[in-house]
Design a binder for this molecule. Structure first.
Ligand SMILES: [Zn+2]
Length: 391
């Protein structure tokens, strides 16, 4: 498909953008859980006490997309809309300057994730200042969500689902199907949290790095497409009178060999950044004593032991094998009846929406022509070599 087709397809694209999720629920929940393990002791007991809530609320922004029309653009930025050659050179980092240059409407259309992350971080800082436990949990979870989204390469491009290059379905293949299928092979141990001096610059750094992976995300799928026939490549399902297509497990297995290292790299990088932003908000919020905010008292002996076991399993990369990954468990840990009800309702809404269009969790295809030079930090090169290996 020619690049010249891109503008023609933009309108259709904009309409569809809301349907592509990020990381899937599995990825967001896993990222949030691991982020808690990377916190310093001064914060960890509090976050661990609220682990189940944090993990569950980390998908709330995606659940809202069904009911809140302003929600969708908060999860991505189609940076290549602004320039294919040098988008990061053209885009001012500050929202006000960006809006002045491109108009607020345009930013709204092509996504606002970097600024939403900052806004959420500031809300979290304020919650720490107020010693507001409910909002600390709420905004920590939401910060985890939006920051997690920024780690997904397909959240930085107008060809976010491969729809412009006949690779529709690549989005959920990359961020849902692969992590769910290969979690046992992925390493989840990242760096401990540290204070982020310039959060906006750090967030833009993550987005730029994500964008650096876009070219490979499509190219490697194209390579497999050349040797795998369409009837093997896709699984078709029919429901509500509509036929939908997703990438097959056979394709996922080949794609994992090609990009699994990259998916793992992003899945592992996100918790480090998220716990670092939590730490930053806490420090900026005056470093309140979080143990005093634990209403049911200090951590119990049982709680401490449980955390120690989980940390050990995380360090040896066996959280999933040891059945300790919350994303793989039923929501049995939700204590409050209202919360259970809310979770059920949001589940129902999601189902209805999925039936409406592509399932958020169903895999999506890839892009080919929007090649991007990778200029990411050292990790970018590392991961490339890693994902080159299986070839
Ligand atoms: Zn999202």
């Amino acid at each position: 498909m020619k690049k010249t087709l891109l503008p023609l397809l933009l309108a259709a694209l904009m309409l569809a953008h809301g349907t592509a999720g990020a990381w899937g629920f599995f990825g967001h929940r896993t990222i949030t859980q691991v982020a808690v393990y990377e916190l310093p002791a001064s914060m960890q007991a509090f976050y661990y006490r609220h682990m189940a809530e944090l993990v569950r609320l980390s998908t709330a922004p995606d659940e809202r997309r069904n009911t809140d029309p302003t929600e969708a653009p908060k999860h991505f930025i189609d940076i290549d809309h602004y320039s294919e050659d040098n988008p990061f050179g053209r885009m001012p980092r500050q929202y006000d300057k960006a809006a002045e240059k491109f108009s607020a409407d345009t930013l709204q259309k092509y996504g606002t994730v970097p600024w939403v992350i900052l806004e959420t971080k500031n809300k979290l800082t304020e919650a720490f200042k107020q010693r507001d436990t409910i909002n600390i949990v709420k905004y920590s979870a939401e910060l985890s969500h939006y920051m997690g989204d920024a780690f997904v390469p397909l959240h930085t491009t107008i060809n976010y689902d491969g729809q412009l290059t006949d690779q529709k379905g690549l989005h959920s293949l990359w961020e849902s199907q692969l992590p769910e299928r290969f979690i046992n092979d992925y390493k989840l141990v990242g760096e401990p949290a540290k204070y982020v001096k310039d959060p906006l610059a750090a967030v833009w750094g993550v987005i730029q790095e994500s964008y650096g992976f876009v070219g490979e995300t499509f190219d490697r799928a194209s390579k497999i497409e050349k040797v795998m026939k369409p009837d093997v490549r896709f699984t078709f399902s029919h429901r509500y009178g509509k036929t939908s297509r997703r990438y097959s497990d056979a394709f996922a297995d080949e794609y994992e060999k090609a990009v699994g290292g990259m998916v793992n790299f992003r899945l592992k990088g996100a918790p480090t950044m998220i716990s670092s932003l939590w730490l930053t908000a806490w420090q900026d919020g005056g470093r309140p004593n979080l143990n005093e905010l634990m209403h049911q008292g200090k951590p119990t002996k049982e709680e401490k032991e449980k955390l120690t076991n989980e940390l050990a399993a995380w360090k040896r990369n066996s959280l999933s094998q040891d059945q300790m990954l919350l994303a793989q468990q039923k929501e049995k840990k939700v204590e409050v009846a209202d919360e259970i009800k809310a979770a059920k309702e949001s589940g129902a809404t999601r189902k209805a929406a999925a039936a409406d269009d592509d399932d958020d969790d169903a895999p999506a295809p890839v892009i080919d022509k929007l090649k991007v030079k990778s200029k990411g930090p050292a990790g970018t090169e590392k991961i490339k070599q890693k994902s080159d290996a299986p070839n």
